[in-house]
Write a protein that binds this ligand. Structure first.
Ligand SMILES: *[C@@H]1O[C@H](CO)[C@@H](O)[C@H](O)[C@H]1NC(C)=O
Ligand SMILES: *[C@@H]1O[C@H](CO)[C@@H](O)[C@H](O)[C@H]1NC(C)=O
Ligand SMILES: *[C@@H]1O[C@H](CO)[C@@H](O)[C@H](O)[C@H]1NC(C)=O
Ligand SMILES: *[C@@H]1O[C@H](CO)[C@@H](O)[C@H](O)[C@H]1NC(C)=O
Length: 885
């Protein structure tokens, strides 16, 4: 632990190594320090800092994944980890706190400290976060007289109790900076400015109350509010969005903080997959520091997974990948991660100048080109940012007597006001191709061993599935019958997605005759419904509808006599955004009517309805009680017709190795799945619209979440992450609840790995120097002496470069999937690369004539490489392997 802490500081610009290692007492990760701020930056232990923060939400990963994610954030150049606090997970039942497993917040904060990073803890406790009910426990809505997020006594009492609880836990564990812990900053509320006007004067009072309540808890570090232009003097108002350059806090005593830089976006069931190009993201970040920003957090640096029923919505998918630099499974998403790492290195080189200048000197370089120059009191310290905000044209500008070429929509960073070490639009980082490996899904008892090594495009299936039917309608002792329609959440308390509404209608001979004579079909009309309803008549599924407060009209076939109308109402993630969440509710609104009867419509709204919360299988915990013989599972045969509302189970062996594991549910409809009792989330094969995707994504110009989408015409999500720590070597229990009737025989277990890495680096690309020291910087000689155009390749931890599949120094064409040589090609390319890289986890090579010879003088050459990765025999954890760079 001590070594890691020491190393952590080594990577940061401020070399406080001595302070850290000497006299470290147990539980202290830093020498205690205070955090304050001025108009320019946060002041950490007396020094202004330019900080890069990485958003990671602890419950969206497992504790076993946390060290790797934090380590990869640090290697990517982060100084700070930022997370929300998830009230619904920490207090599932009022007064009963949970800090275990994925909710072990103390452990998470300690890991951040051990890694030598700071922490920004956003308590909220309203967090939005695309999390179920915005992070509020659903019991909160049952507190008499409560109105959320306003000047309302019952709400304020609950909010204060929870926020105080978190602050107390952190203080008791000595996790604040002044105690030697990593927490440097907190947050109260979240994006309240967006909805404040809905609450009138009471909203304004609430903001003041929340600020004073938070500060009054004595946490001893600054608090922020995100998007709160009327934040009181004792709270920093911070920006969120795709761009925050030019943001001004509401006082000139506060620094410019960007709590959420949206580096991607979330996805709904049936939606496309959004991507934010890294060139634009880097542009936004560089512009932010260029124009006076001092703290920027990637929302998200790792997005992860909405396990269980934690995803918000309505209708947000189980994956929360977010197109983040670290993907849902914990693998680097390249070139995003690598390009940002280079950007962060460049910004760190500017830190001495950025923190010593009170403000930037602004210089116009053209109609859409500008420079911001930061000089210290000591004029030998000077850093500059040159921006070309023209979306279309490259521009050559003159700056302090030198000429610089700026691609469209880009920023060049000049840590010494002379040498451009980084341009946001020139990506030198590697890209990677992820492949999914199919694994046979069979238990150790019946698998044929040769299958285990096969890589195939065909799903490998388990032959031994068992099935159990979920009852249609009421099944339990706790059903009840009342007159009228109850609101869904009032009944379920969100203990389950599912609620049965059951009533009975009488159809006379005359009705039947009337329908025949007039060729009329009766129909069931629901005025308004969310999120999904499945309509059963006499236990037969006759239709389903989905949407957010939509009208439903469903033709029904009724028999003479009594007919059972059974509506299976479902939520798919509770609302997480907007004013008056407590009133939002779910299920049905308005009237439910049966139309087309002889004597007119029948209003069922005030009929007698029987209510059944949840599924029998959920109640019986089918997903955990594998050995319960009283459950009547039967073997599933191939000729059985897939049936609605069915449970399925099978067993499978873990795929070998360490690669992330997913279950492919593409053959199924909608439902939920569990592995060894862990709820891996809701699944749904809703397909994204066919159109609206872009073949080529142009990074130039302002980004929005609709700009660069993929996955058109395909199901939004088919792979569901099963963290390795939830698996045992063999005989893992997979339980699936399927609503509509998919085929479990095609469900398969797969691994995700980075099979190939590519790089495409120009001989005029100079990555920022990684081993930089302050003194050599002030000498101002480092760039010319030491910097060389370098290509770096790296396989994931535990992998080595097995072979070079393509290499060309010259004018190669195409991209990673399809490189080809151009007119100019150095014939030695492949052999030089093979020698430098094969058998290694990572390799570096200078991109220049001195290495490859000059295949075409007076032409700017590039080196394109594609290398295949394969698992190495020995593998070390991510951050012990770092010291070489
Ligand atoms: C932090 O500030 C407090 C209050 O000003 C002071 O008492 C304390 O000594 C400071 N701690 C450190 C580590 O500087
Ligand atoms: C500026 O800083 C450098 C390096 O620390 C030092 O050598 C030089 O004397 C300083 N100049 C002034 C005017 O303070
Ligand atoms: C839900 O229950 C509460 C209290 O039991 C009641 O005040 C409220 O009106 C109910 N909501 C709906 C929409 O029925
Ligand atoms: C179910 O299948 C298993 C093998 O997968 C077999 O041992 C068992 O006898 C079968 N049970 C029935 C009732 O067919």
């Amino acid at each position: 632990m001590q070594n890691k802490t020491l190393f952590g500081f080594g990577l940061q610009w401020l070399t406080k190594v001595l302070i850290v290692t000497v006299g470290m007492v147990s539980g202290e990760y830093f020498k205690p320090f205070n955090v304050s701020y001025d108009h320019r930056a946060l002041i950490i232990d007396g020094q202004r800092r330019m900080l890069i923060s990485a958003g990671i939400h602890y419950p969206r990963a497992t504790p076993e994944m946390w060290p790797d994610l934090i380590g990869k954030s640090k290697e990517g150049g982060a100084d700070v980890i930022q997370t929300y606090v998830f009230w619904s997970g920490h207090e599932p039942v009022r007064g009963q706190y949970n800090f275990q497993g994925r909710y072990d917040l103390v452990k998470f904060v300690k890991l951040v400290g051990e890694t030598g990073l700071y922490l920004h803890l956003r308590i909220g406790p309203y967090v939005c976060a695309e999390w179920n009910f915005g992070g509020f426990p659903v019991w909160l809505r049952d507190i008499p007289g409560i109105v959320f997020r306003t000047d309302n006594e019952p709400f304020k009492e609950e909010m204060k109790r929870f926020v105080k609880k978190i602050v107390d836990v952190m203080r008791d564990e000595s996790l604040f900076s002044w105690q030697g812990g990593p927490i440097i900053m907190l947050q109260i509320e979240n994006e309240y400015g967006n909805i404040e006007s809905s609450y009138g004067q009471k909203g304004k009072e609430y903001v003041k109350w929340a600020a004073n309540m938070a500060v009054g808890l004595g946490a001893g570090v600054p608090w922020v509010m995100c998007r709160q232009t009327d934040a009181p003097e004792n709270i920093i108002d911070a920006c969120n969005g795709y761009y925050c350059d030019g943001f001004k806090p509401n006082s000139n005593k506060k620094p410019v903080l960007w709590t959420e830089n949206w580096d991607g976006w979330y996805t709904t069931w049936g939606g496309r997959l959004p991507h934010r190009p890294v060139e634009d993201l880097a542009f936004a970040v560089a512009r932010f520091y260029q124009r006076g920003g001092s703290f920027q957090n990637y929302y998200m640096f790792f997005g992860g997974t909405n396990f269980g029923r934690t995803s918000g919505g309505p209708n947000y998918v189980t994956s929360y990948d977010y197109d983040a630099p670290i993907d849902e499974y914990g693998l680097l998403s390249q070139p995003k991660w690598g390009h940002l790492k280079d950007l962060h290195a460049a910004i760190k080189l500017c830190e001495p100048a950025l923190v010593s200048a009170e403000s930037a000197q602004y210089i116009t370089l053209g109609s859409m080109q500008e420079a911001h120059v930061y000089r210290g009191g000591n004029t030998s310290i000077c850093s500059a940012f040159l921006a070309n905000i023209d979306e279309h044209k490259t521009s050559t500008v003159q700056f302090l007597g030198r000429s610089y070429t700026l691609p469209p929509w880009s920023v060049s960073i000049l840590p010494d006001c002379k040498n451009a070490v980084f341009n946001t639009a020139k990506v030198g980082a590697q890209t990677s191709i992820k492949l999914v490996d199919f694994e046979p899904m069979s238990s150790s008892k019946s698998s044929s061993p040769e299958h285990l090594m096969i890589r195939t495009e065909l799903p490998l299936v388990s032959e031994s599935w068992m099935t159990l039917k979920e009852p249609i309608g009421a099944w339990g002792d706790d059903t009840f019958t009342v007159q009228g329609l109850l609101e869904h959440l009032n009944v379920t308390k969100d203990q389950s997605d599912y609620l049965w509404y059951i009533t009975r209608v009488y159809v006379s001979d005359e009705d039947i005759a009337y329908w025949k004579e007039n060729a009329v079909t009766p129909s069931l009309k629901i005025d308004s419904m969310r999120d999904v309803v499945r309509i059963f008549i006499n236990e037969q599924l006759i239709g389903s509808e989905r949407g957010h407060w939509v009208k439903v009209v469903q033709d029904v076939e009724l028999k003479q006599g009594y007919n059972d109308v059974m509506l299976l109402s479902q939520t798919v993630g509770l609302q997480n955004y907007g004013a008056f969440l407590e009133k939002d509710g779910a299920g049905f609104k308005g009237q439910i009517t049966l139309t087309g009867l002889k004597n007119g419509d029948v209003d069922l709204t005030h009929s007698t309805w029987t209510y059944q919360v949840g599924l029998k299988g959920e109640f019986q915990k089918l997903y955990a009680n594998d050995d319960d013989e009283s459950l009547s599972w039967t073997n599933l045969t191939h000729d059985e017709v897939p049936s609605v509302l069915s449970w399925y189970k099978t067993h499978f062996d873990s795929p070998g190795g360490k690669d992330p594991v997913v279950v492919d549910m593409s053959s199924m409809g909608k439902g939920q799945a569990w592995v060894n009792g862990h709820h891996i989330g809701r699944y749904w094969t809703l397909v994204a619209p066919k159109d609206g995707c872009q073949e080529n994504c142009n990074y130039r110009g302002a980004y929005n979440s609709g700009k660069c989408q993929t996955n058109c015409g395909k199901p939004t999500q088919i792979w569901y992450h099963v963290p390795r720590s939830w698996l045992q070597p063999s005989d893992n229990l997979l339980v699936v609840f399927e609503e509509t009737g998919g085929s479990p025989f095609e469900v398969s277990v797969k691994t995700v790995s980075v099979e190939a890495v590519c790089a495409h680096v120009s001989e005029d690309y100079y990555p920022p120097v990684k081993t930089w020291s302050q003194s050599s910087y002030i000498n101002g000689k480092l760039f010319t002496d030491q910097r060389k155009p370098v290509m770096e390749l790296q396989c994931e931890d535990g992998y080595t470069i097995a072979s070079i599949e393509f290499a060309s120094y010259g004018t190669p064409q195409g991209s990673c999937q399809s490189f080809s040589t151009g007119n100019c090609h150095a014939p030695t390319s492949s052999s030089i690369l093979s020698k430098a890289c094969e058998g290694r986890n990572r390799c570096k090579i200078e991109v220049s004539n001195s290495v490859f010879g000059d295949p075409c003088p007076r032409t700017v050459k590039t080196l394109a490489v594609k290398a295949r990765c394969k698992p190495s025999l020995s593998s070390s954890s991510w951050y012990t392997g770092l010291s070489e760079i």
